[in-house]
Design a protein around this ligand. Structure first.
Ligand SMILES: [Zn+2]
Length: 149
């Protein structure tokens, strides 16, 4: 039975269904929805990514870099490795793919603007960066046949 003489205590903690998570870079705590983040480690990770502090900003940059280079690696494998025969093209050897990946890393980090590799007289690879900051891989295969008989 409800007792009208008992007043509700003021809410001091996070609202029901919510919890606190901490940014590991600056120590700020933020309220998170426990339905979305039932795991405290995942909640801290989320807050550490979304926080406005400098450490979180650098962390986001590093994550973006890792994801971009991971995508570049897959694209190199697709265009120059296992995926090439699917386009009717020849695969490059592993050492060439490693050079292309290294080029992608250097381009992403602004160490070089672009790099063109002549894999064979007919196959060229170019690694560059788009205006939006994406790594661009370009493969050109030139088939030129000339026979004097
Ligand atoms: Zn922070």
């Amino acid at each position: 039975m409800p007792n009208d003489n008992v007043r509700e205590l003021p809410v001091t903690g996070p609202p029901p269904g919510s919890g606190l998570a901490t940014c590991r870079f600056c120590g700020q705590t933020k309220v998170v929805d426990l339905d979305v983040f039932p795991d405290p480690t995942a909640a801290d990770e989320h807050v550490s990514r979304e926080c406005g502090c400098h450490g979180a900003y650098e962390y986001r940059q590093e994550l973006e870099r890792e994801q971009s280079l991971e995508r570049a690696k897959k694209q190199i494998e697709d265009l120059f490795g296992k995926g090439a025969p699917g386009y009717g093209l020849l695969s490059a050897i592993d050492e060439v793919k490693e050079v292309l990946f290294e080029a992608a890393r250097l381009v992403y980090d602004f160490k070089i603007k672009d790099l063109t590799v002549s894999i064979s007289p007919c196959v060229k690879a170019k690694v560059s960066r788009s205006a939006k900051g994406k790594i661009v891989l370009n493969r050109s295969d030139v088939a030129a046949f000339k026979q004097e008989v």
